[in-house]
Design a protein. Structure first.
Length: 181
């Protein structure tokens, strides 16, 4: 029996996937400030269409969001999970999010277990790097859409492109990005 070379095994591994990473508040859902109740969640115009458009183009879809309300004691982590479950439940099958990552930390938080500096709070790239590794994402073929400089800095630090969404219609924004590829 002839041994299989390292190169041969690597070629049998699944190809790296392209992905789009979204900040949550202000990009996919309206930033209402420390959202903790699904009933108060409002989608940004065109967000669901944008997710479906990107999925149809073969992109994996991820959310990366700072949630310092946990560290500040405004709500517990379970509230973040409820919002993410409500988001997923409101999405059609062709626009489902592959994974959610959130950072509950803040160095000036009032809840001791979360009052810390970390590598996941944007502008640090920890959330992105973990999702990229876990889901075998191609950095060169992927990008982030955020609404703050800290989002774009995290993207740069993770080695992916970042685009600033200033509001209005997310689907129109995504269509322009895809047309410029």
């Amino acid at each position: 029996m002839t041994p299989i070379s390292q190169d041969h095994r690597a070629s049998n591994e699944p190809a790296l996937a392209r992905a789009v990473f979204f900040d949550r508040d202000g990009v996919l859902i309206v930033d209402t400030g420390y959202l903790s109740e699904p009933k108060n969640m409002l989608w940004v115009n065109g967000a669901q269409r944008a997710l479906a458009r990107l999925a149809a183009c073969g992109y994996r879809l991820f959310v990366v969001t700072n949630q310092s309300g946990v560290a500040r004691g405004y709500f517990e982590e379970a509230a973040v999970w409820r919002i993410h479950a409500a988001m997923q439940a409101a999405l059609p099958a062709d626009a489902q999010i592959d994974d959610f990552a959130y950072c509950p930390h803040h160095p000036h938080g009032s809840v001791p277990q979360y009052a810390t500096a970390c590598d996941c709070r944007k502008p640090a790239p920890g959330m992105l790097n973990r999702l990229i590794a876990r889901h075998r994402i191609d950095r060169a073929g992927s990008f982030l859409i955020g609404d703050r400089a800290s989002d774009l800095t995290a993207a740069t630090r993770a080695g992916i492109a970042g685009f600033l969404f200033a509001g209005d219609d997310l689907d129109c924004f995504v269509a322009r990005l895809l047309a410029s590829e």
